[in-house]
Design a protein around this ligand. Structure first.
Ligand code: GCW
Length: 676
């Protein structure tokens, strides 16, 4: 997994003397470009490409060249060739399509910003996926489900008459990392989005995004024909329902001729779907796909399903979807979360990947940190996504989607470092072979360190290391060794392994997942338990199924192990658990020390903001450690090893912590500070 990375040896550095608020994200280059830039094509897209270069490029003349020759055509409309000629006296960006020119322009600017050598460029790029798409879980009232960076960017009330500048900035930022699609609204969808009134607003956004190569998609509520159309049913085989969708799709394309298609959450967590009418997911998806087909639209049909049955939740998507392999239309893509449960800090990959060879599949990552400390915790997620690609061949997927972490906050993402996850998502969707190390380095150079100052190299390197370790640290202080879903009810911010809500679904309770008792801890998903291991290919199945070969990081995901089980380290399971929690805490403390080195190297505004969030993270890490260890200790009846930090909380006090379930902003921060 770990590829060799180049260190910050040539790092061009640093230090803007003025305050920064993070609003420019990684596109902080100065606007004193002075080079000749020409283009052989006039169009809204190529004009943007040209303008970006004119604004900022300070090197030799650049020619943007729209040309369909053999070489450019093999790279496709979005691909490009970036080359120096005449002994480095000129640079040409050639593409068979205008989108490729735009991506090539941003590539060149990235090279400038990261201090690359341009004397001998010979780069050919084309995206791994045609569809690189953000999913916004934005509601029409501007709340954002699992959003921690303010309100929804889309000001529905002011649209279509008023267009915020942020819409253009959003499109430009996405284009700079190759993102080419956006689903504007929450998968828990209001049927209102399909009303003529809203379609006009959607059209206004689509018009802003189009010259940046971004297509608009919508999440649809499967019961829209009933809720919006007044039909008595939404049965996908009913002819009135079919006609309703056909007309609706026709109407959408009148507004937005290049509309991308639908994203659907059906029969999941209370959302309506075809199963309500005794139809299959395939029948539901195909009906929509048929309506979209004449316009080249697609359906992204989510596989995030789990019903309140006795079947292990981790097995359910596979059980429901795998038998439908081959039954979907070719403009349907099954959108699957990376893990089989739900965006936990660590999950094994979902075994549904690769199990439907006759069906197009795409992955859904979660960029927003629902389960990784909201916008309060620093967690660089590219290593997690890279881990997924250790198991799933990038080429076996058709597309990549990510649940956005963007809102109206000045710095877009809440935490300045959360911007790196938006960035990394785009870069990986373009090229999933990129290493998380390379992406971190690129992002840091563009976002924080931008003048030439060799003295700051060691600091930058430490900050880079902090990023690289950050996700593993979260795993350690929240739920190491394969533990999962120990989160507090509803908001998912802090720990609540004891949570027990009478009458609530069992599979929404932490105890369903950790199964701590006198006999041990963990979910037996081996052949002696739920047998979820059997859903994996043979080699992995046998590796995971056997407690003595199952890797530590998945141990309690797949096994219920006794407290004195001997770990690979030679420690007992209990001791190992204690050490891992403690390690997570210590790592966050080391992040605080590292970040303090950056004082004076970067602008004060962002420095202080990150510094203060690291304090919250350090306190939260201790909270997690104390809550989980004190709670599990009641079952293990073992002591916390002497060489690690003692708990500073009482379990009973921690059990009283109740945060509001609001799902925008971060309620937790205020509440916790009040309590402490
Ligand atoms: O993880 C759960 C989230 C829900 C979300 C759901 C989903 C949009 O807690 O907020 O709903 O996943 O992915 O559909």
């Amino acid at each position: 997994m770990k590829r060799i990375f180049t260190l910050f040896l040539l790092l061009p550095f640093l230090l803007p003397a003025f305050a920064e608020d993070g609003s420019r994200l990684w596109l902080r280059y100065s606007t004193d470009g002075n080079a000749t830039v020409s283009c052989n094509k006039q169009s809204p897209i190529s004009e943007i490409a040209t303008a970006e270069l004119r604004k900022a490029w300070k090197g030799v003349p650049v020619a943007l060249n729209l040309q369909r020759n053999k070489e450019s055509q093999t790279l496709g409309e979005e691909g490009y060739i970036l080359r120096t000629s005449d002994n480095g006296q000129n640079i040409t960006i050639t593409s068979a399509g205008e989108h490729g020119l735009l991506y090539g322009a941003f590539h060149l600017l990235r090279l400038q910003d990261t201090g690359a050598d341009f004397s001998k460029l010979n780069i050919k790029e084309s995206p791994a996926y045609n569809l690189r798409i953000l999913n916004h879980w934005d509601n029409l009232d501007r709340t954002v489900e699992r959003g921690y960076a303010g309100q929804s960017l889309w000001d529905w009330e002011a649209l279509p008459a008023t267009l915020s500048d942020r819409y253009t900035d959003y499109a430009r930022t996405n284009a700079s990392v190759g993102i080419n699609g956006t689903v504007l609204n929450n998968v828990n969808a209001s049927s209102q989005i399909l009303s003529a009134e809203y379609l006009e607003k959607v059209k206004a956004l689509a018009d802003v995004f189009r010259p940046y190569g971004i297509r608009v998609y919508l999440s649809v509520n499967f019961a829209s024909p009933m809720q919006l159309g007044g039909l008595p049913t939404a049965d996908p085989l009913n002819k009135d329902v079919i006609a309703w969708w056909k007309n609706k799709v026709k109407e959408i394309y009148r507004f937005i001729p290049d509309f991308g298609g639908f994203l659907v959450k059906a029969n999941s967590e209370g959302q309506p779907g075809p199963c309500d009418f005794d139809r299959t997911h395939a029948e539901g998806a195909n009906m929509l796909a048929d309506a979209l087909k004449p316009y080249k639209g697609i359906v992204m049909w989510r596989a995030f399903v789990y019903s309140p049955t006795d079947a292990d939740r981790a097995k359910q998507a596979y059980l429901e979807f795998q038998p439908l392999d081959g039954q979907f239309r070719n403009n349907v893509i099954i959108q699957i979360k990376n893990g089989p449960v739900d965006f936990q800090p660590r999950e094994p990959y979902s075994p549904l990947f690769g199990a439907m060879p006759r069906t197009a599949q795409m992955v859904e990552f979660q960029i927003t940190q629902e389960y990784l400390g909201f916008s309060n915790h620093l967690a660089y997620l590219a290593p997690m996504w890279e881990e997924f690609f250790d198991f799933v061949q990038p080429s076996s997927l058709k597309a990549m989607s990510g649940v956005a972490n963007i809102g109206t906050d000045t710095n877009w993402c809440g935490h300045h470092f959360a911007q790196s996850n938006w960035y990394a998502f785009g870069r990986l969707a373009w090229n999933p072979e990129l290493s998380s190390e390379a992406i971190a380095e690129e992002w840091l150079k563009q976002t924080f360190f931008d003048a030439h100052n060799q003295q700051h190299v060691p600091v930058a390197y430490e900050v880079y290391r902090m990023m690289m370790e950050s996700r593993e640290a979260v795993v350690d202080y929240m739920m190491p060794l394969g533990l999962h879903h120990l989160f507090a009810w509803g908001h998912h911010y802090g720990p609540e392994p004891w949570c027990d809500i009478p009458g609530a679904r069992k599979d929404w309770m932490p105890s369903y997942y950790h199964k701590a008792g006198k006999s041990g801890i963990g979910f037996d998903r081996s052949h002696t338990g739920s047998n979820a291991t059997a859903q994996y290919p043979d080699s992995l199945c046998s590796l995971y199924d056997n407690i003595s070969t199952c890797p530590d990081e998945y141990l309690l995901w797949f096994h219920h192990a006794p407290w004195n089980h001997t770990m690979q380290s030679g420690r007992t399971l209990w001791d190992e658990l204690c050490y891992r929690y403690d390690k997570g805490v210590q790592q966050v403390r080391s992040f605080q020390r590292i970040w303090d080195l950056a004082e004076g190297c970067i602008d004060e505004e962002r420095f202080k903001d990150v510094q203060s969030r690291l304090k919250i993270q350090a306190r939260d890490a201790v909270w997690w450690k104390d809550a989980c260890l004190l709670y599990f200790m009641e079952y293990s009846d073992m002591r916390i090893p002497h060489d690690i930090e003692r708990p500073v909380h009482e379990l009973d006090d921690l059990k009283q912590v109740k945060l509001p379930i609001g799902n925008h902003e971060c309620p937790a921060r205020k509440m916790l500070n009040q309590r402490r």
